[in-house]
Design a protein around this ligand. Structure first.
Ligand code: GAP
Length: 445
C-alpha cells in the first residue's frame, strides 16, 4: 500500500482528543468520577512523549551550556515569595458571575459564555460587574488553618529560582552572565480551562532565568529569542505554523519591560506556547527588599554594585506537547483503506520501534531481539492480531520503525524493518538491527 497525496491534517480538536484517550496519550484526570476540569493525566505514550520533550529542553538549555545551571525546587515556597513577586496583589483575571445560573466567566471571554441554563423565557445571563479573581491556588500548612498557615502552590516555576539565586551562583561558582533553569509543575486557578490541555489548572513549565549586566539585556534577549525559535524548529513543527509576536505595551505583565511570544497555529487559532521576557531587575530587587538579603552583585574589577537584569524564557511543556501532537496528526488514504498516523520527529516519538513476530510460534527469537533493542530504546513487543492491524496500532502511536520477525528469519537470519512515514521496507540482518536503527534514528536528529 502506498500513501496518497491528499493526507488530512488536524482540523477538529475532537479528533485528537479521542485519539489521545484511545491510545493512552492524554485523558481526563479522575475520569471514573467524571473528570475534574482543567486537570489531565498523561498515559503510557503521553508520559514518554512529554519526557522526551523535557529531556531535549534540558539538553539544549542546561547540559550544552557552561553558563546555565539546573535546579529542582520545592513547589511550595515561603508565602512572602508571592508577596514580593507581585502575585498576591496583581495575579488576577477580571471575572463576572451570572446571578441566575451561578456560573463564573472571564470578563474578557463573554462571547464564549453560551446560553444561561437557568433563565426561562430569556437565555441571556444576568452578569454581575467584573471583579478581580486571584489565580493562585491556596493550601494550608500544618494542623491549624488560620491566616498564618496559608501557602500557595507555585504559580510559575521561576520564583524559587530567584529565591535560590545567591546559593546557586555561589555553589556553582558562576559569574555573570549566567542562568538557572528548572522544569516543574505550576498551578493556576484558571476561570475557564479550555482547548484540551492548552489552558489547564495544573501544568508544567520549563523556565530559564538568565542574569546579566544591565548593559547587556538587549543582547541576551535577542540571543535567547533566537535560541528558543531554533529549539521549536528542531522539534520538526511545520515552519508555517510557528511565529513570534512582540507584546504591545498594554499587554506586558506587571514585571516585564519587553516580551515576545512564540506562537503555534493550533486548530483553534494562533496561540502562545512560550514567552521570552525582559523582567529587568524586578524580581531580584523585590526579593532583596522582602527578604532583607541583598541579592545584588559587586563586579570584582570595577567594584560596581548592581542588581542583575533577568531575561526569561518560559515554555509550557503541555503546550509544546499539544503543538507536537496537533502537528503530527494525519489521516492518509491508502489503496486498501485509510490510516491514522502520528508523524512525530523520531527523537520525540514515545516508542522508537516495535518488534512484531508474524506468529506467536516465533515468540522466542522475537523476544530475544526485543530484549536486545530495549536496552537502547523504548521498544514495544506485540504478537496479537494480524500484521496489518499491528502496523496500524504502531502508526497511531507514532512509532518510527516496525521490525517483523517472519518464518524466513530463521533461515536467512534477517528481519523486515518498515519505516512509518514512507511504509518502505528493508530486509536487515538480525545482528545488524540495532546498528541500523541507531543510524536511521540519529540521521533524523
Ligand atoms: N514566568 C513567566 C510566566 O509564567 P506566562 O506567560 O504566564 O509567564 C509562561 O507563562 C508559559 O507557561 C506560557 O507561554 C504557557 O506555555 C504556559 N502556561 C501558562 N499558563 C498555562 C495554563 N493555564 N495551562 C498550560 N500552560 C500554561
Amino acid at each position: 500500500m502506498t500513501p496518497h497525496s491528499q493526507d488530512k491534517r488536524l482540523e477538529r480538536m475532537d479528533d485528537l482528543v479521542s485519539l489521545c484517550a484511545r491510545r493512552g496519550f492524554i485523558f481526563p484526570s479522575s475520569e471514573i468520577y467524571g473528570g475534574i476540569n482543567g486537570f489531565w493525566d498523561y498515559g503510557p505514550l503521553g508520559v514518554e512523549l512529554k519526557n522526551n520533550l523535557k529531556a531535549r529542553w534540558w539538553q539544549r538549555v542546561v547540559r550544552e551550556r557552561d553558563d546555565v545551571e539546573g535546579l529542582d525546587s520545592s513547589i511550595i515556597c515561603h508565602p512572602r515569595t508571592w508577596e514580593a513577586s507581585g502575585h498576591v496583589e496583581h495575579f488576577s483575571d477580571p471575572m463576572v458571575d451570572c446571578r441566575a445560573c451561578k456560573k463564573r466567566f472571564r470578563a474578557d471571554q463573554l462571547d464564549d459564555a453560551g446560553k444561561c441554563s437557568a433563565r426561562e423565557g430569556s437565555s441571556e445571563h444576568d452578569f454581575t460587574e467584573p471583579r478581580n479573581f486571584n489565580l493562585m491556588l491556596k493550601t494550608a500548612i500544618g494542623a491549624s488553618e488560620d491566616a498564618a498557615s496559608v501557602a500557595y502552590l507555585r504559580a510559575e516555576t521561576c520564583q524559587p529560582i530567584f529565591n535560590d539565586f545567591k546559593r546557586v551562583r555561589e555553589a556553582a561558582r558562576q559569574k555573570l552572565p549566567f542562568g538557572i533553569a528548572q522544569i516543574g509543575k505550576a498551578f493556576r486557578n484558571e476561570i475557564n480551562p479550555r482547548n484540551f490541555t492548552f489552558r489547564s489548572r495544573e501544568f508544567e513549565q520549563a523556565e530559564l532565568e538568565f542574569f546579566c549586566h544591565p548593559n547587556e539585556r538587549e543582547k541576551w534577549f535577542a540571543h535567547w529569542l533566537e535560541e528558543r525559535m531554533r529549539f521549536h524548529r528542531e522539534l520538526g513543527l511545520t515552519p508555517e505554523n510557528l511565529r513570534t509576536r512582540p507584546h504591545e505595551s498594554d499587554e506586558l505583565a506587571h514585571y516585564a519591560k519587553q516580551a515576545e511570544d512564540v506562537e503555534y497555529h493550533f486548530p483553534f487559532g494562533w496561540q502562545e506556547i512560550e514567552g521570552i521576557h525582559d523582567r529587568g531587575d524586578w524580581d531580584l530587587s523585590r526579593h532583596s527588599e522582602y527578604s532583607g538579603k541583598d541579592l545584588g552583585i559587586t563586579d570584582p574589577d570595577s567594584k560596581e554594585h548592581f542588581m542583575p537584569m533577568v531575561v526569561e524564557t518560559s515554555v509550557g511543556v503541555d503546550r509544546i506537547c499539544l503543538a507536537v501532537l496537533c502537528d503530527a496528526w494525519r489521516v492518509e488514504e491508502l489503496d486498501g483503506g485509510e490510516r491514522t498516523v502520528m508523524r512525530f520527529h523520531p527523537a520525540l516519538a514515545p516508542l522508537k520501534a516495535a518488534v512484531l513476530p508474524l506468529s506467536k510460534k516465533l515468540a522466542e527469537p522475537a523476544r530475544k531481539l526485543h530484549a536486545e533493542l530495549r536496552r537502547s530504546w523504548n521498544v514495544f513487543y506485540d504478537d496479537s492480531g494480524n500484521i496489518g492491524r499491528r502496523y496500524r496500532r504502531q502508526d497511531a502511536a507514532g512509532t518510527p520503525f516496525c521490525v517483523t520477525y517472519d518464518f524466513d528469519s530463521q533461515e536467512d537470519g534477517k528481519v523486515t524493518v518498515r519505516e512509518r512515514d514512507s511504509m518502505s521496507q528493508d530486509r536487515v540482518s538480525i545482528d545488524g538491527v540495532a546498528g541500523y536503527l541507531r543510524e536511521r534514528l540519529e540521521s533524523l536528529g
